[in-house]
Write a protein that binds this ligand. Structure first.
Ligand code: 5GP
Length: 189
């Protein structure tokens, strides 16, 4: 059986990558999404095991020390990581798998899986990004500022990715990512 392909989707928080990923998964039942593990507290409406595996720092560090994470990073005082087992299993079963992770994780994945395809989602403009991040009322002022800072660092990494997609219009951005996935699949054939 052909193995699945691994896709990494990154972009500053507020660029709309979550929405794009959800749409891609809805439209192709064969693609799998890796639920990350984090020590950050859930935001309103977020569900454990759906949005993230919400864990304590001890639980995170335990899995990390056992080699159970494919990659990980610390972001604004919290750990984030990709549990290894499920991803490896899906790939072996032939499913394409999407990781929605930041650039630190993306470059770790590129080391482990050089054939992984890295896609960066860009906001239409920096002003738009600021507004989207500040519009997230759930954060404290300090966290918002850290997140804005991180977003600017993220943008600087875009040119190291295999593909860049500007999210001006969600429908168009979804189509563009689907097109990338299709052409990557055809490369294999
Ligand atoms: P948020 O707290 O907004 O959900 O996520 C913060 C940042 O962490 C985002 O850039 C998100 O893509 C990234 N992130 C989420 N899960 C993972 C993961 O498993 N690994 C890494 N390296 N980054 C992650």
């Amino acid at each position: 059986m052909t193995k699945g392909k691994l896709y990494v989707i990154s972009g500053p928080s507020g660029a709309g990558k979550g929405t794009i990923c959800k749409r891609i998964l809805q439209e192709d039942g064969n693609i799998r999404f890796s639920v990350s593990m984090t020590t950050r507290a859930p935001r309103e409406g977020e569900k454990d095991r759906v949005d993230y595996y919400f864990v304590t720092r001890e639980e995170f560090e335990k899995l990390l020390s056992e080699g159970g994470l494919l990659e990980h990073n610390k972001y604004v005082n919290n750990y984030y990581g990709t549990p290894r087992r499920q991803v490896v299993q899906w790939l072996e079963e032939g499913h394409d798998v999407i990781l929605e992770i930041d650039y630190h994780g993306a470059f770790q994945i590129r080391e482990t899986y050089p054939e992984a395809v890295l896609v960066f989602i860009l906001p239409p403009s920096v002003e738009e990004l600021r507004e989207r991040i500040l519009g997230r009322g759930s954060e404290t002022r300090e966290t918002l500022e850290r997140r804005l800072e991180e977003a600017m660092n993220d943008l600087a990494q875009a040119d190291k990715y295999d593909y860049r997609v500007v999210n001006e219009d969600v429908d168009a951005a979804v189509k563009e990512v689907q097109q990338i996935m299709k052409s990557e699949r055809n490369k294999e054939a």
